[in-house]
Design a protein around this ligand. Sequence first.
Ligand code: PCA
Length: 322
Amino acid sequence: MKLRLLTLATSLALATGVSFAQTKWDLPAGYPATNFHSENLVQFANDVDKASGGKLKITVHANASLFKAPEIKRAVQGGQAQAGEILLANFQNEWAIFGTDGLPFLAEGYPSAMKLYQAQKPALQKKLGEQGIQLLYAVAWPPQGIYSKKPLASAADLKGIKWRAYSPATARIAELVGAQPVTVQAAEFSQALATGVVESTMTSGATGVDSKLYEHLKYYYDTQAWLPKNAVIVNKAAFDALDGPTKQAVLKAAADAETRGWAASQAVNTKTLETLKANGMQVLPPSPALKADLKKVGDVMLKEWLDKAGPEGQAIVDAYRK
Ligand code: PCA
């Protein structure tokens, strides 16, 4: 009788899934649920769920619904969220090297962006480690171009216009071309545009489609100026508290998500530029004058960045250029 009861209890526990300790993580993210980064995160969470046999449940909170994008890093650091997705370049003022991938024309195209990531990664892991954070994976956004209401012959046409920035570097570009920077994160972008707070920006085709920029802006100059990365991070104590097999499940799912994410980014780049066109935008290469002006901006910014980032920054650039 006793044995039968025990068996019954065991099968009940199995059926309801409470026969083992289950860990739950929140993972705040800054971009809409339909964005490729967010979709990749959901697949990452599903992979972890399966590979851990349901031991670790990660809930993705997209579109800055749990924390605003610039607050996610601190939330993970402080353990208010166990994991999170951040735009590395948002944290350049804290440590210059977070902004390595936000410098115009340092790395153009996906292979170069990947090379720059590999050059940046050891320093990144070390810094985050000192902050009680572990890097799980990072994925590049598609290349960044300029959205505008009016045609742009050169950077002079950007003078005085209200420029939406999403990072210290994108605000600095505005200053250098004489535009007026207003920092607005992706989750609030559509509204800022609709209410006339901003009238131009530099971002990807992906964010252009996410925020329906074609409803207000007519031109996209495909400058392919840089490919900033989102990084998925975890609170180190939360990760260390997992058992060995669950840790392995997380690391394996993260490696898969990184590979999948870089491929998705490239596919999304092509697809979203088509979507912009289909919605009436002119998608154009920058004129030689505009390109030359932006290259100058890039040179100034690289110099400023190297001054701040010091030998550690120089070593990353050297490793990247080797
Ligand atoms: N989209 C994000 C960051 C880079 C990008 O392509 C944004 O505009 O906020």
